[in-house]
Design a protein around this ligand. Structure first.
Ligand code: DAT
Ligand code: MG
Length: 165
C-alpha cells in the first residue's frame, strides 16, 4: 500500500497520570492524519499477540500486566492510527527512546515518562517500530471499517462488515 501508517497506544500509565491530552496535542503537531481512534480494554490474548516478539524477555509478564492496566488500575488504552509520509519514523521520533531515562528530554517519553522504583518502564505510549509491524498491529487492533481510509486489502463478510484479507 502506498500510504504509510502507524499504531499508537496511549498506555495505562499515561491515562492514570492524566497525560492522554498531552500526547494527543503533541501528535497533532505532526503532518499526519488521524484515521482511527478508540478507547478499548486490552484482553490477555490481545496483549500477548501485540507483544509476541518479546515473549521470551524477563519483563514479558510485567509488560502484559502494564498494557492491560493492571499495574495502574486503569481499564483501557487509547488506540490511534496515524497515516502520512514516514508515519512510523515521525511518531517514533516524537515518542523518544524506549527507556524514558535515556530518551531525549524534548520527546514525550523523555519529558513525561519515568522508571518507577519497582523498575516498571512507564513510557507513556506505544508506537509501531516499522511498516511491517505497523500493518500487523493496525490489523490486530482495528477492523477495516474502523479506519477512515482503506489502508490494506479487506473483504466483505456480512452486510457492511469487512475483515482484513
Ligand atoms: P518500544 O516500545 O520503544 O518499541 P520495545 O518494543 O523494545 O520498545 O519494548 C516494548 C515495551 O517493553 C517498551 O515500551 C517497554 C517494555 N520494555 C522494553 N525493554 C524493557 C526493559 N529492559 N525492562 C522493562 N521493560 C522493558
Ligand atoms: Mg516496539
Amino acid at each position: 500500500m502506498a500510504e504509510h501508517a502507524t499504531l499508537v497506544l496511549i498506555k495505562p500509565d499515561a491515562i492514570a497520570r492524566g497525560l492522554a491530552g498531552a500526547v494527543l496535542s503533541r501528535l497533532e503537531q505532526l503532518p499526519l492524519k488521524l484515521i482511527g481512534a478508540k478507547v478499548t480494554r486490552v484482553s490477555q490474548e490481545l496483549a500477548e499477540v501485540h507483544y509476541q516478539a518479546l515473549r521470551d524477555k524477563p519483563f514479558f509478564n510485567e509488560l502484559i500486566q502494564h498494557i492491560r492496566g493492571e499495574l495502574h488500575h486503569v481499564e483501557y488504552v487509547l488506540a490511534l492510527v496515524y497515516a502520512g509520509p514516514d508515519a512510523v519514523a515521525a511518531v517514533r521520533q516524537v515518542a523518544g527512546a524506549t527507556n524514558p531515562e535515556a530518551a531525549s528530554p524534548t520527546s514525550l517519553r523523555g519529558s513525561l515518562g519515568r522508571m518507577t522504583t519497582k523498575g516498571v518502564m512507564e513510557n507513556i505510549l506505544h508506537a509501531s517500530s516499522d511498516d511491517q509491524e505497523a500493518r500487523r498491529e493496525i490489523t490486530l487492533w482495528f477492523r477495516p471499517d474502523e479506519l477512515l481510509m482503506p489502508l490494506y486489502a479487506s473483504k466483505p463478510i456480512a452486510g457492511q462488515m469487512r475483515v482484513w484479507e
